[in-house]
Design a protein around this ligand. Structure first.
Ligand code: AMP
Length: 216
């Protein structure tokens, strides 16, 4: 049976970091909708141009565009064994679509780690965050600094600060999350797959909490 894990939680809680770790451990693809949008922006595709206007304001990209993009990603064979989803779904309509897509593979969402942390912690984490230009690896100037300042430990590529990690945009992203994504907590609780995870802990502790939830 394939294993699909959806990481749920506010911006800055560590979904990207944890998704990367879990994907490696379970040998499953890490699918980050934000990374796919950023790749499209970098390549200046039509999707990238459309998505950028929403992303730079901290708004969600409309469901139809996002769902079409994820459908395309799921059409690749590496998703058949499972996947770690990071940043998708973000609305109930996206979650319904995901359910349909996975049933096509005879799968379903098996676990939804719902990672939380106090909002002042999220702010501090986001505004100090640096992202690798080549592959999107994430560092933090205080909590997870790269060995050489401004350079990704893994790729050796330059690190940059995302436009949407500026303070005003971060505040808006958190509000958008509360309004549009929080209903998914109830959605997945109703399906019996939600696992609450304390994200205000060292990176390895958060991973262990998720691994124990997966074993249950
Ligand atoms: P992230 O890297 O997950 O924080 O996503 C960065 C931005 O990409 C978000 O603030 C949205 O503008 C857009 N985005 C990523 N995933 C989605 C999604 N599932 N639905 C709509 N917009 C998304």
């Amino acid at each position: 049976m394939p294993t699909y894990i959806v990481l749920l939680g506010p911006p800055g809680v560590g979904k990207g970091t944890q998704a990367g770790i879990l994907a490696k451990r379970l040998n499953l693809p890490h699918i980050s909708s934000g990374d796919i949008f950023r790749e499209n922006i970098k390549k200046d595709t039509e999707l990238g141009k459309l998505a950028q206007s929403y992303m730079s304001k901290g708004e969600l990209v409309p469901d139809d565009l996002t769902i079409a993009m994820i459908r395309e990603r799921f059409s690749r064979p590496d998703c058949e064994r499972g996947a770690i989803l990071d940043g998708f779904p973000r609305t109930p309509a996206q979650a319904d679509n995901l359910e349909n897509m996975l049933s096509g593979f005879g799968g379903k969402v098996n676990l939804v780690p719902f990672i939380t942390a106090p909002s002042e912690v999220l702010m501090e984490r986001l505004v100090g965050r640096w992202t690798c230009r080549a592959k999107g690896h994430i560092f933090h100037e205080r909590f997870n600094p790269p060995k050489a300042p401004g350079v990704c430990d893994i790729e050796g590529s330059p690190l940059f600060q995302r436009d949407d990690d500026k303070a005003e945009t971060v505040i808006h992203r958190i509000a958008v999350y509360q309004e549009q994504t929080m209903p998914l907590v109830q959605y997945y609780q109703n399906r019996g797959v939600l696992a609450e995870i304390n994200g205000y802990a060292p990176i390895e502790d958060v991973t262990s909490q998720m691994v124990s939830a997966l074993k249950k």
